[in-house]
Design a protein around this ligand. Sequence first.
Ligand SMILES: Nc1ncnc2c1ncn2[C@@H]1O[C@H](COP(=O)(O)OP(=O)(O)OP(=O)(O)O)[C@@H](O)[C@H]1O
Ligand SMILES: [Mg+2]
Length: 261
Amino acid sequence: MSAEGPAIEVDHLTVSYGTQTVLFDVTLTIERGLLVGVIGPNGGGKSTFIKSILGFVKRDVGAVSILGRQAEKAKGLVAYVPQRGAVDWDFPITVGQVAMMGRYGRIPWWRDPGPVDKRIVDEALEMVRMSDFRDRQIGQLSGGQQQRVFMARALAQGAEVLLLDEPFAGVDAATERAILDVLHTAREAGKTLVVVHHDLATAAEYFDRLALIKKRLYAYGPPEAVLQEDLMAQVYEGRLQVFTRMGESRKEDKEACGGHA
Ligand SMILES: Nc1ncnc2c1ncn2[C@@H]1O[C@H](COP(=O)(O)OP(=O)(O)OP(=O)(O)O)[C@@H](O)[C@H]1O
Ligand SMILES: [Mg+2]
């Protein structure tokens, strides 16, 4: 699907739940083909930011466009991988069925998935290395496997822009690598990926750009420009004991602050 413009443009976005404003006046442009990390403290509005791009939460003011189209008219261009806690894992559905859900937006209501849909789903499951689990109920998977199935669904959708909410949460190091490989492959294929992430120790290594959000957008740019000590101290309010400086030992930093940011 051809479309013009940057991957995502967010213009003066403000979002509230009831009377509580959780995002205020956020403006940024994400160019195509980038792997972007969204960082910031718990409750900072990262998930809300993703959901407001998708139109899942109502904007108070502001506009969002995707590939040059108003977000409301760009639904097929964007795919979403939710935070794990937001999914009902007891729902009786198999890995293959979840991945096929990615095709439903493209299949007319009067017909079943055809060979092309099945091939695309096969490729997506292969890409996340979950083909062997096709008939398994999603509730009977490990956290990392569940995450990969939802990535397969997003890939099967054929969207140009993928939004992922903490895909690395609660997975082991090998699975984290596997997921990162999938993100890189998608980027090489020209996709734009926006990923909520909270491990600052790996943020610089994983992402082309970082968006630092705590109600406001504090910074957006290359990791070295965003991971500034004063900025991080301001946003994390001293809750970070060790700050990752580029070039310092990652391992030590990871032990000190990984997962607690
Ligand atoms: N559906 C909702 N109704 C009311 N308040 C909400 C709702 N969802 C989120 N909030 C509030 O909005 C703020 C931002 O939440 P959000 O989930 O976007 O943060 P987050 O940065 O993703 O946090 P975390 O790192 O814990 O996932 C928080 O104060 C949260 O309590
Ligand atoms: Mg969140």
